[in-house]
Design a protein around this ligand. Structure first.
Ligand code: HEM
Ligand code: HEM
Length: 345
C-alpha cells in the first residue's frame, strides 16, 4: 500500500512537473505570435507626443462642434464609456443617416497596421481627417473646422502650446495630429498581457485552454500581434463565404482601396482586444453574439464546425482580452464666440 501511494505521489509529482512545464511552453508559443501591450504610450511616426498635445487631442475628440451639425463628436461613435465604439449595427451620423459599416473601437487602434476595416488610412492622423468630412458622419469641411477652432481663443492657445515651433498652428493637419496623440494613450492592459508577461494566475484554466485552441485551430494565423488582429488582410470567407446577411455583397472591402480583383471581400483581420465589449460584430455589424461570431469564423475562415465546447473555450480566452479602461476625465471645452460658425444641418 505504501509502495502504491509512493508510486502515485511520484506520478503526481511527474504530472505536476509536466503541467508546470506546459505553462511556459504555451507562453513561448503565444509570444511567437502575440505581443503584450507596452506599459507606456507608444511613439507614433512624425508626431512627437507631448502632454499638451494629448490634452488638446482629448478636447477635440469630445468636441461635437467639429461636426457640421454640432451634434457629433468622435466620442459619439467611439464612446469611451462603452468600449470605444457605439454598439450599433452600423453608425448613425449627420442628419440621422445610417452609415455603411460598424464602428470599430478607438481603443488600442494605434497598434493596427492601418486604420478602417479595409485599411485605407495608413495611420491615426490620416484616419482622423476622414470622419470629419464623411457625409454620413460629421459632414464638415477642413476650412470650417479650422474656422471653428480659430474662433475660440482657448483652442488657439492650446494649439500654440502643442505645436510651439509653428507660426500658424491651428491647421487641419495639426487637428489630426493632436487627436492621434490622444488616441495613442487609449490603451487597455488586460489579463492576457499580465499572463504573457509571466503571471501564471492571470488567466483561468479555461482561458488557457481557449488560447491553446485559438492557436491550434489556426485563428492566430490571422489574428496576431499586439492587438490579436489588425495586422493583415484576408478574404472574409477564405474557405466558405458567409451569407449576404453577414457579408453584404455591395461592400467589397479592400477592393475599393486597391482596385485589384484579388482584394474582393478582403478585410483587415479584426483586432480582438476588448472584443467582448464591442458587439455587434463584423464590418456589417450583423452578428450580436460573440459565440456566433467565433462559430462563423470557424466555418468561413478555417472550414471547421467548432463544437459548442470549443466555442465556449475560445470565448473564455477572448474575454481575457478585455482590459483596464483608460481613465479619461471629460474635458471642459472652450465656449464658442460670436465668430464661431453656427451649426449647419
Ligand atoms: C473608424 C476614430 C468620428 C464611425 C474609425 C477608426 C478610428 C476612428 C481610429 C479606425 C479604427 C480601426 O480601424 O480599427 C475617429 C475619430 C473621430 C471619429 C478620431 C473624430 C474625428 C466618427 C464618427 C462616427 C464614426 C462621428 C459615426 C458617425 C466610424 C466607422 C468606422 C470608424 C463606421 C469604420 C469605417 C470603415 O471602416 O470604413 N474611427 N472616428 N467615427 N469610425 Fe470613427
Ligand atoms: C473578424 C475571431 C479565424 C480573419 C473576427 C471577429 C472575431 C474573430 C470575433 C469579429 C471581430 C469584430 O467584429 O470586432 C476569430 C476566431 C478565429 C478566427 C475565434 C478562429 C476560430 C480567422 C482566420 C482569419 C480571420 C483564420 C484569416 C484567414 C478575420 C477577418 C475578420 C475577422 C478578415 C474581419 C471580418 C469582417 O470584415 O467583418 N474574427 N477569427 N479570422 N477575422 Fe477572425
Amino acid at each position: 500500500m505504501k509502495k502504491l501511494s509512493t508510486a502515485v505521489s511520484a506520478l503526481l509529482v511527474a504530472t505536476s512537473t509536466l503541467a508546470a512545464d506546459a505553462v511556459p511552453d504555451t507562453r513561448s508559443r503565444a509570444l511567437e505570435v502575440f505581443k503584450p501591450l507596452p506599459s507606456t504610450t507608444p511613439a507614433v511616426a512624425h508626431n512627437p507626443i507631448t502632454p499638451d498635445k494629448i490634452a488638446l487631442g482629448k478636447a477635440l475628440f469630445f468636441d461635437p462642434r467639429v461636426s457640421a451639425s454640432g451634434v457629433f463628436s468622435c466620442n459619439s461613435c467611439h464612446n469611451l464609456a462603452t468600449g470605444g465604439d457605439d454598439n450599433l449595427e452600423t453608425s448613425i451620423g449627420h442628419g440621422w443617416q445610417k452609415g455603411p459599416r460598424n464602428a470599430p473601437t478607438a481603443l488600442n487602434a494605434v497598434f493596427n497596421i492601418a486604420q478602417f476595416w479595409d485599411g485605407r488610412a495608413e495611420d491615426l492622423k490620416a484616419q482622423a481627417k476622414g470622419p470629419v468630412q464623411a457625409g454620413v458622419e460629421m459632414a464638415n469641411t477642413p476650412e470650417n473646422v479650422v474656422a471653428t477652432l480659430k474662433s475660440m481663443p482657448a483652442y488657439v492657445d492650446w494649439f500654440k502650446a502643442s505645436f510651439p515651433d509653428e507660426a500658424d498652428p491651428v491647421t487641419f493637419d495639426n487637428f489630426a495630429k493632436a487627436i492621434e496623440a490622444f488616441e495613442a494613450t487609449l490603451i487597455t492592459p488586460a489579463p492576457f498581457d499580465a499572463w504573457l508577461n509571466g503571471d501564471d494566475e492571470a488567466l483561468t484554466a479555461e482561458q488557457k485552454q481557449g488560447l491553446a485552441l485559438f492557436m491550434d485551430k489556426g485563428c492566430s494565423s490571422c489574428h496576431t500581434g499586439i492587438n490579436v488582429g489588425g495586422q493583415g488582410y484576408f478574404p472574409f470567407g477564405v474557405v466558405e463565404k458567409p451569407g449576404a446577411d453577414v457579408l453584404p455583397q455591395n461592400d467589397k472591402g479592400r477592393f475599393a482601396v486597391t482596385n485589384t480583383a484579388d482584394d474582393s471581400y478582403v478585410f483587415r483581420a479584426a483586432p480582438l482586444r476588448n472584443v467582448a465589449l464591442t458587439a455587434p460584430y463584423f464590418h456589417s455589424g450583423k452578428v450580436w453574439e460573440l459565440k456566433q461570431a467565433v462559430a462563423i469564423m470557424g466555418t468561413a475562415q478555417l472550414g471547421q464546425e467548432l463544437n459548442d465546447g470549443e466555442v465556449t473555450l475560445i470565448v473564455a480566452f477572448l474575454n481575457s482580452l478585455t482590459g483596464r479602461m483608460p481613465e479619461v476625465t471629460v474635458p471642459v471645452l472652450p465656449p464658442e464666440t460670436d465668430a464661431t460658425p453656427r451649426p449647419n444641418g
